[in-house]
Write a protein that binds this ligand. Structure first.
Ligand SMILES: [Zn+2]
Length: 959
């Protein structure tokens, strides 16, 4: 039966809205406050965006059915420069952008013309995204919607920023930031192409003297100053002579450029060719020793200063370059200088001799300096020396220090003695701003920073993380890592939409700083949207009182002109819904937003309002590859919904991966899901809610199976293992169901409709958070009154799982399997089948062995001895073979099955098989099956098979 997705989905969405099903207010139920990072409305959402919001919606719907009062709200993040950049590109008539807007996103031409105004862009995509979220069936309380440029939101952010500043967590100072030279603005992840966070590394510039100049070289390992024997210069590069503050330097053009951004005053004095430096002498700063500058083509002008230290005892590249140089054709004068160079060893490492670089080059059979094996050799030497090496006597006062600790100590010493300076360089360059310019590191003076480097702040944050639930668990270490490296972070920008710094109106609070505690604002926004609260008189006393329980009500009411009752109502609602119970986001927000979210909560709110849980999901691939505009494989979410229906898309996203994995989306899986749902829908349309009586063995069994499915699904959803949960609901349970149908039809039963109805009702209820629209339709078809989404999540209890019922049915299945196998091997057409079950004594012995195995005893000798010493089982000495086989039988069972067998001690194999095997056996094999216990009198046993029977392993005779 084909489903008309659009019709069904519209029908149920309409009902949810009419009934206000997802409008959440304070009540006396326990609450769950579930939030997702709000979207940036600078483009419509595609399938990839759908993942995070869908996962959060399933979470919200699940808890609603578990009896919680769930608040799931949504806002829109207008803050920042991306929208501004886009407006500029529209104004400049950027062909690529306009074509994307028109063709990929279907924006009407007249609307695009309006996009020169940034707010128009935000408003347009805001409505697009919202429409998509509604069509996806997200159970959002839309009364709380807001944008980050709403006047009350501005007041709220002012309060946040003022509060942080009073706690000395916003500071003014000089700190390095990622920077766009064209926009003259700091950049972070949201401002760059490809959403990369500019990350930088501190290099130490060691200042060598050359005539009247300084030639600096950049290094991450300042200890190597003690082992430097020459410098490498690229003869092809034209270096700049510059005056930097009051020193004269020779560096590459790129280096001079970088130094300017690091707050150095630079004037350009002239140029010098690299080739002119070759063979000249420089003086090592600390030991006044002269070393020579030598040619090397591997030196690049973009990296460091364009001139490099050579430490051939510890750097395989330097060692190999010297060897290559000796073999090359060079003038005799220079050759003499090269030949007199001796590596200086400065690090002692176990396993290495005087020259670790030489040893590694020889070990890896490096051919020349272009050999890729040189990388491996370098990695090995650096790794071993860093973790296991100690500085030797050549390093003077630093002798004996571990290499891993040496960097900071030696850096401080070098800078104090003016032997060195600092260069900050982008580690992940090139990072491009959304405007297209290449970003640099800039030292910002007198700017406003959030002091994320503060030790006490970090400690409090770690305390919060330690108490939080992080899903999936393996992502926790990434947060610890982020907190470790976090330092001061610029919190204001000069351009873009957003809230002005309250004390310096030239600046706007940047987008990763005005999006950290806004979950609290969802409480206020409801009152803003119904006009109860307006921006005019909102002072910080209002927010202090509502969020922090400070100040007195009477005064706050007078200042704000809001009645005491309403302030009380808002405050109560906040105190009810806070803290955030679960925060959902994509993995790319781990190093920024999600960590800042926790940092800012612990700074502003008391411990009782600290967030409880973070859920992180991976991204979405399209047919195995990354989605991107350039690949042309972006599918706008609304288009996908209109083509395939929201529910099939929701399920296809969820079922393709567990939380942290990248989900691979493809159209085959969407149509597979559609087919599956159609079959399920047909079943639901047929079933009648008659009374279900548990009369037969298979009824008890399928009921137990249903309960264990409920148990497993519930556990999986709680841990956000949604792929597993959905798979259990849709697919794993099918094989149980088909066995049940086979059993019932062998008995020609007509009274199972009630049982099936109960089972399908359970499945559909559990499907409801995942595929909410079609589940409502199926729920209605099953004859239920009320909504599936508001129904109670199926109950389960361990006592509803009947181990004997499960055990006996498995026993029946395996007996039939065994018969089939024998028939297949022997190719007999059976005339008569006889089954022999083990006698009571064997059963007693079996359970005795099972108990021993469960306590960890598997040694045949010991088990045998114990059995013989027990008078109940001593007769076992006559059948040692049986004991051995039984141990083997038990060990081949999974622990789960062993436990069920242990619990079903009184299971009577013969009676059960005699009752249950007859019909299904006749149906499967076409003959009547006779069952005996091996100790029965009058037993039919012409081939003496009966004595081979073991508990759960009956002997079988086929004639
Ligand atoms: Zn830019």
């Amino acid at each position: 039966m084909k489903i008309n997705w659009k019709e069904i989905e519209t029908k149920w969405r309409q009902k949810w809205i009419e009934n206000k099903d997802f409008e959440t207010n304070l009540n006396d139920k326990p609450k769950k406050f579930i939030t997702v990072a709000y979207p940036y409305p600078n483009s419509p959402q595609h399938i990839g965006h759908g993942r995070t919001y869908t996962l959060a919606d399933v979470h919200a719907r699940f808890y609603r059915m578990r009896g919680f009062n769930v608040l799931f709200p949504m806002g829109f993040h207008y803050t920042g420069t991306p929208i501004l950049g886009m407006a500029k590109r529209v104004e400049a008539n950027d062909k690529e952008l306009i074509s994307n807007l028109k063709n990929l996103y279907g924006v009407p031409e007249e609307t695009i013309k309006e996009f020169v105004e940034p707010v128009k862009i935000a408003n347009y995509f805001h409505q697009e995204i919202k429409a998509g979220m509604i069509e996806m069936g997200y159970s959002i309380d839309w009364r709380r919607e807001f944008t980050t440029i709403d006047p009350v939101y501005n007041k709220f952010i002012e309060w946040q920023i003022n509060t942080l500043r009073e706690k000395n967590l916003i500071i003014q100072g000089s700190h390095p930031v990622g920077w766009c030279p064209k926009d003259q603005n700091p950049v972070s992840q949201h401002d760059t192409l490809g959403d990369v966070e500019p990350d930088f590394t501190e290099y130490i510039l060691i200042k060598f003297k050359f005539e009247d100049y300084i030639i600096p070289t950049a290094t991450l390992r300042p200890e190597t100053i003690f082992g430097v024997v020459n410098l490498w210069v690229n003869p092809e590069i034209i270096y700049k002579k510059i005056t930097l503050d009051d020193e004269r330097w020779i560096v590459s053009k790129e280096c001079a450029n970088k130094m300017e951004f690091l707050d150095k005053k630079i004037t350009y004095d002239g140029e010098i060719k690299g080739s002119e430096l070759i063979g000249k002498i420089v003086v090592v700063p600390n030991r006044n020793e002269s070393i020579v500058m030598l040619p090397a083509s591997f030196v690049e002008s973009e990296t460091g200063t364009g001139i490099v230290m050579s430490v051939p005892a510890h750097a395989p590249f330097d060692y190999q370059a010297l060897i290559d140089l000796k073999k090359a054709k060079i003038e005799p004068e220079l050759f003499k200088k090269i030949n007199s160079i001796n590596p200086i060893s400065i690090i002692e490492t176990e396993g290495y001799g005087e020259n670790p670089a030489k040893e590694a080059v020889e070990k890896f059979n490096v051919l020349n300096q272009n050999d890729p094996k040189l990388e491996e050799a370098t990695k090995e030497v650096y790794g071993k020396e860093f973790y296991g090496g100690k500085l030797n006597l050549k390093t003077g006062q630093f002798s004996g220090i571990k290499v891993s600790y040496a960097k900071d100590t030696i850096k401080d010493w070098l800078i104090q003695n003016k032997y060195a300076d600092i260069l900050l360089e982008l580690t992940n360059s090139p990072v491009r701003c959304r405007c297209g310019a290449e970003c640099v590191v800039k030292v910002l003076n007198n700017q406003w920073f959030l002091n994320y480097g503060d030790k006490d702040w970090k400690e409090l944050t770690i305390k919060c993380f330690d108490s939080m639930n992080i899903l999936p668990q393996e992502i926790r270490s990434e947060f610890n890592y982020v907190i470790g490296w976090l330092r001061e972070r610029a919190c204001a920008r000069q351009h873009g939409l957003g809230t002005k710094l309250p004390w310096d109106k030239d600046w706007i609070v940047e987008s990763l700083s005005d999006s950290v505690i806004y979950m609290a604002y969802y409480i206020i926004s409801k009152f803003v949207n119904d006009k109860t609260v307006i921006a005019d008189n909102l002072s910080r006393e209002f927010f202090d009182h509502v969020f922090l329980n400070k100040g007195n009500l009477d005064k706050v009411s007078r200042i704000t002109n809001i009645s005491e009752d309403i302030i009380n109502e808002i405050k109560k609602e906040f105190e009810y819904f806070y803290p955030v119970d679960s925060r959902h986001s994509g993995r790319d927000l781990v190093p920024n937003h999600l960590t800042f979210f926790v940092l800012n909560h612990v700074a502003i709110f008391p411990e009782s309002y600290w967030p409880r849980e973070i859920v992180v999901n991976g991204s979405v691939l399209m047919n195995g590859s990354k989605m991107s505009k350039s690949m042309g494989n972006i599918i706008p979410l609304r288009k996908a919904i209109s083509d395939y229906g929201a529910d099939p898309i929701r399920l296809a996203i969820i079922i393709s991966a567990e939380l942290l994995q990248d989900a691979d989306f493809n159209m085959e899986s969407v149509s597979g899901i559609q087919n599956k749902l159609e079959t399920l829908f047909e079943e639901c349309s047929r079933l009648q809610p008659t009374k279900s009586e548990m009369i037969e063995a298979e009824d008890k069994w399928i009921k137990s199976k249903k309960h264990s499915m409920v148990f497993q699904v519930t556990q999986a959803v709680e841990k956000m293992r949604l792929r597993e949960a959905l798979h259990d609901i849709l697919f794993s349970f099918e094989s149980d169901l088909s066995w049940y149908m086979k059993r019932a039809s062998a008995k020609n039963r007509t009274n199972i409709s009630g049982i099936l109805h109960d089972i399908y009702s359970t499945r559909i209820a559990m499907l409801s958070p995942f595929a909410p629209h079609i589940a409502e339709e199926m729920w209605e078809k099953l004859g239920h009154k009320g909504m599936a989404s508001l129904s109670k999540w199926p109950e389960f209890s361990q006592s509803d799982i009947d181990p004997i019922a499960i055990q006996s049915e498995e026993y029946l299945k395996s007996t039939i399997d065994d018969i089939s196998k024998i028939l297949k091997v022997t190719k007999i057409t059976p005339k008569r089948i006889t089954i022999y079950t083990a006698d009571l004594f064997k059963s007693k012995v079996y359970h005795s062995i099972l108990e021993k195995v469960m306590t960890g005893q598997t040694n045949m000798g010991i088990i045998m001895k114990e059995l013989i010493s027990d008078e109940n089982t001593q007769e076992v000495k006559k059948i040692p073979d049986f004991v051995q086989k039984t141990i083997k039988d038990i060990l081949s069972d999974p622990t789960e099955i062993r436990r069920t067998k242990l619990e079903s001690k009184n299971f009577d194999e013969k009676t059960f098989l005699a009752n249950e095997l007859y019909e299904i056996g006749k149906k499967d094999f076409g003959v009547e099956i006779q069952v005996f216990c091996e100790s029965d009198s009058g037993i039919y046993d012409p081939k003496e098979k009966a004595r081979h029977a073991r508990p759960f392993k009956p002997a079988i005779l086929i004639e």
